[in-house]
Write a protein that binds this ligand. Structure first.
Ligand code: ZN
Length: 304
């Protein structure tokens, strides 16, 4: 499809908005009801929406917002794919060779949250960070050729593939999907950024910091399987639907690859960013421990 000017789509307290200078423009209101306020539904009408949004006059319709009000920009995808070991340096730090075909798992959609959040550390777990470029599918389909794959992309956003490494590697087969789908383990946002005609999406800096210390740094040009490769590969096997997400893999610098390994601790603040797209901020807190049995809710003698 033709590419126009870059746009940013946000989910402001449950309503689809365009982010513009100075604030947000409510899509349902600005389109006089032509497009739903539901941030997920827009992808089923992606081409029509894109044309409308390129030319809409937003003057006088802008309201300011705070980033804490932002929810997951794509809150309820039918499918959320995630790719493992898609940067060579990360595959190496994880003790694997470069995969011959994409390693695919899912992050269940119930783990999706917005860009600014608090994440509870599961008791007994080792919680790690993985900043990733996330692709949002516009046009769905099967058997999508590599040459046409970009036409199926609505935009991209920043994601964190937060991972609990104990469960991930326990048992007779890896448990990637569950270990990466605890509550709040898939922060995304702050906006879905569309691709414009001079998009530099294939070579952006991507990284993560903990309390201001750089832990991950990479470039999206280092992906082993490019975004078109992934779309072609996945769509040979499954149908891609409008509004599906693909977490495309993380660069080197995760905690499990450090010597000694490092995992997120109570009170630590994780910032994840992609140049030109935006950033996420998560604060981690310990699971509240069960109350000590210091008080008996009933007299101990009852029923004895
Ligand atoms: Zn990942």
């Amino acid at each position: 499809m033709e590419r126009g000017k870059l746009m940013r789509l946000i989910n402001l307290a449950g309503r689809l908005c365009l982010q513009v200078d100075g604030g947000a423009v409510d899509v349902e209101a600005a389109s006089a009801g032509r497009f739903s306020a539901d941030p997920q539904r827009v992808y089923a009408q992606w081409d029509a929406f894109y044309r409308w949004a390129q030319s809409v006059d937003t003057n006088g319709q802008v309201t300011p917002f705070r980033r804490e009000e932002l929810l997951a920009p794509v809150p309820a995808p039918k499918q959320t794919f995630a790719i493992g070991l898609n940067y060579a340096a990360h595959a190496e730090e994880s003790g694997f060779v470069k995969p011959a075909e994409p390693v695919v798992f899912t992050k269940f959609p119930s783990s999706l949250t917005g860009p600014v959040s608090e994440v509870v550390l599961p008791a007994g777990g080792s919680v790690d960070w993985e900043v990733e470029l996330v692709v949002v599918i516009g046009r769905g389909g099967r058997e999508i050729p590599i040459a046409n794959a970009w036409d199926h992309v609505a935009g991209v956003t920043v994601g964190q593939d937060i991972s609990e490494r104990v469960r991930q590697h326990s048992g007779p087969a890896p448990q990637f999907s569950l270990a990466k789908s605890h509550q709040g383990f898939s922060p995304t946002g702050p906006a879905v950024v569309t691709l414009d005609e001079i998009s530099g999406i294939e070579d952006l800096e991507i990284g993560a910091d903990i309390d201001g210390e750089a832990v991950q740094r990479g470039r999206t040009s280092q992906l082993i399987f490019s975004i078109p490769d992934l779309i072609a590969h996945l769509s040979r096997i499954v149908e891609l639907y409008p509004g599906d997400l693909i977490f495309t893999g993380t660069p080197a610098g995760v905690g499990a690859g450090m010597t000694p390994p490092r995992f997120l601790q109570h009170g630590e603040r994780l910032r994840s960013f992609i140049e030109g797209i935006g950033e996420l901020e998560q604060v981690f807190v310990d699971a509240r421990t069960e109350k000590e049995p210091c008080e008996q809710p009933f007299p101990a003698s009852v029923g004895d």
